[in-house]
Design a protein around this ligand. Structure first.
Ligand SMILES: C[S@@+](CC[C@H](N)C(=O)[O-])C[C@H]1O[C@@H](n2cnc3c(N)ncnc32)[C@H](O)[C@@H]1O
Length: 240
């Protein structure tokens, strides 16, 4: 572990660190309390940012923001972006995220992810069953509920998107009036929101993950940990 921590610390060095989806910060504190003088915590939850600040025990900047829509040009060249605990799986579009990281000159990316062995149906079916429960549905449905949509206005479907290697939860409207109301609210055509992506979660094998990185013109520099759970050090591909 010590050797791996050293690799991680060497990869980050003195770079400014931006922790995307910091959660309570415990993993960061355990894995690699960075030596950087500039650490920025980003999370949708202000409460978690406060917890992370307490757990890290040193001075950090905090941004209560959505990393999917935020402007990455505010970050310094050379920034090391850190996303631990499978947070990458929260992104709807991983390639566009990798594109934003690439636009920050000389930046680096540290990802903590869990991998499957082979992504076959025997591995995917139990995972899909885990997602198919009312507690989880309540959580992912929250944003739609806050827009006045009711659960009985449609159905939540859980599926595995093989080309993107991710579990997806969609809400499919069956109530035409509820659909029309939401479409008007959002200012879009009803067909665009008839089947809405509520959440996505990356479930992939290590080789497929490397292929996703490659298609985003990024490259795996090193990775360590157990096969199922790894820290991946990622950089912009040379010559791209
Ligand atoms: C799976 S948890 C991991 C937390 C932490 N990185 C860890 O390893 O313990 C994902 C975290 O990302 C945050 N998050 C999810 N989507 C986000 C988004 N679009 N923008 C900012 N934070 C987000 C959640 O609030 C949560 O704290």
């Amino acid at each position: 572990m010590e050797a791996n921590q050293e690799k991680l610390r060497a990869f980050i060095g003195q770079r400014p660190v931006v922790v995307l989806g910091c959660g309570n910060g415990r993993k960061l504190a355990f894995l690699a309390p960075p030596r950087s003088k500039s650490i920025t915590l980003v999370d949708l939850s202000e409460r978690l940012i406060r917890e992370a600040e307490r757990n890290l025990g040193f001075k950090v900047k905090a941004m209560n923001a959505d990393f999917e829509s935020m402007d990455f040009s505010v970050f310094d060249p050379g920034t090391a972006f850190v996303m631990l605990g499978g947070t990458l799986g929260n992104l709807g579009d991983i390639r566009s995220f990798l594109g934003k990281i690439r636009e920050v000159p000389s930046s680096r990316l540290v990802l903590g992810l869990e991998f499957l062995e082979k992504n076959g149906p025997d591995e995917i079916s139990p995972i899909l069953r885990e997602y198919d429960n009312e507690t989880g549905f309540g959580f992912v449905f929250g944003p739609l509920a806050s827009l006045g949509v009711r659960r009985q206005d449609g159905e939540i479907q859980v599926s595995f998107n093989r080309s993107e290697s991710r579990v997806e939860e969609h809400f499919v409207f069956s109530d035409a009036r509820a659909l029309e109301r939401l479409a008007n609210l959002a200012g879009v055509e009803a067909d665009k929101v008839r089947r809405m992506l509520l959440s996505s979660s990356l479930k992939t094998t290590f080789p497929e993950f490397c292929a996703i990185l490659e298609s985003g013109k990024m490259e795996l520099v090193d990775s360590f940990g157990k096969r199922a759970s790894r820290i991946c050090l990622v950089e912009r591909s040379p010559n791209q």
